[in-house]
Design a protein around this ligand. Structure first.
Ligand SMILES: [Zn+2]
Length: 105
């Protein structure tokens, strides 16, 4: 497990990730920046802090979830998009970043 800073469109989340997820979070291998979007939906207990660009501050604890849709839509052969949503700031509800949950059949 590693604690990483994951960038989103409106801030970042500090989360603890397995090596597998940590590798997924890097869009380009061998660069230091990690991103929220590729890692799926993180559990609240894995997210330790979040930073909101609008509040310009870092908060202890996880951001809130905002579920946008649960389409259960087939994206590719055997790959189903189950849920799409955002991580939002605890204080002002601005979007920190987004997540997607896939079911790989
Ligand atoms: Zn905020």
């Amino acid at each position: 497990m590693a604690e990483l800073k994951l960038e989103g469109s409106g801030g970042y989340v500090i989360a603890e990730l397995s090596e597998e997820l940590a590798a997924k979070s890097k869009l380009v291998p061998n660069i230091d920046k990690c991103f929220l979007a590729p890692v799926g939906k993180l559990t609240e207990k894995d997210m330790h802090k979040h930073f909101c660009n609008k509040c310009e501050s870092e908060f202890d604890g996880p951001p809130k979830y905002q579920i946008e849709e649960t389409p259960n839509e087939q994206i590719a052969d055997g790959l189903i998009l189950v849920e799409r949503g955002q991580y939002i700031c605890q204080k002002c509800s601005s979007i920190i970043g987004e997540y997607r949950v896939f079911d790989n059949k």
